[in-house]
Design a protein around this ligand. Structure first.
Ligand SMILES: [Zn+2]
Length: 160
C-alpha cells in the first residue's frame, strides 16, 4: 500500500464533538486528550473517531499519555464500525503552545519504531488556549521529522 506524506488532517463532526465536549468539561489544571482513529488516503488523514482520556490516563500539567486499555476498546469498536485504524492522538497544552513537546515527539517516535503497530505517520493534534479559545494545530511525525500540516474541522451541531 502506498501512502503519500500527510498534508491535511480532517476531523469529522463526530470526532470534533468528542474533543469539544472534553475541552469544555475537563479540568484543565492537567493535560487531557485521547487517541484518533480513521483513514489515511492519499495525502489526507480523515479522523472518524476521537477518544477521551480514560480512567488510567497519565495526566500532569505538562504531559499526557493515553489509557491503553481504554484506547484499545475504542480502537476495536472503531475498526468494527468503519475499519478505522489508529492514526495518532490529540491532547491539550493548557499553559503552552499547540506544538508537540520533546517528550511528545519521543512518544510518537516510539510508536513509529514499533513494527507491530504499522504506522506510516503518527498524527498529533495539539490544542492550546489562545485569546480565551482552544486553538488546535495538526502535526505529522514521519521518519525523524515532525512537521505542521493543515487542520480542518467539520462544524459540530448543538450546544457548544
Ligand atoms: Zn504535549
Amino acid at each position: 500500500m502506498t501512502q503519500q506524506p500527510v498534508a491535511v488532517v480532517h476531523l469529522t463532526a463526530p470526532a470534533a464533538r468528542v474533543i469539544t465536549t472534553e475541552l469544555r468539561t475537563a479540568d484543565h489544571t492537567t493535560e487531557t486528550g485521547g487517541i484518533l482513529l480513521g483513514h489515511h488516503t492519499r495525502d489526507t488523514v480523515t479522523v472518524h473517531h476521537a477518544g477521551t482520556p480514560g480512567p488510567a490516563a497519565v495526566r500532569t500539567p505538562t504531559y499526557f499519555l493515553r489509557d491503553l486499555a481504554h484506547a484499545q476498546a475504542l480502537a476495536d469498536a472503531a475498526f468494527a464500525a468503519d475499519s478505522s485504524v489508529w492514526v495518532g492522538e490529540w491532547h491539550t497544552h493548557p499553559t503552552g503552545r499547540p506544538v508537540p513537546s520533546a517528550r511528545d515527539t519521543a512518544t510518537y517516535r516510539d510508536l513509529l519504531d514499533d513494527p507491530e503497530l504499522g504506522f506510516h505517520s503518527v498524527i498529533a493534534v495539539v490544542f492550546a488556549p489562545r485569546q480565551g479559545r482552544w486553538t488546535g494545530a495538526a502535526w505529522t511525525c514521519h521518519g525523524r521529522r515532525v512537521a505542521p500540516v493543515e487542520l480542518t474541522i467539520s462544524p459540530v451541531d448543538g450546544p457548544r
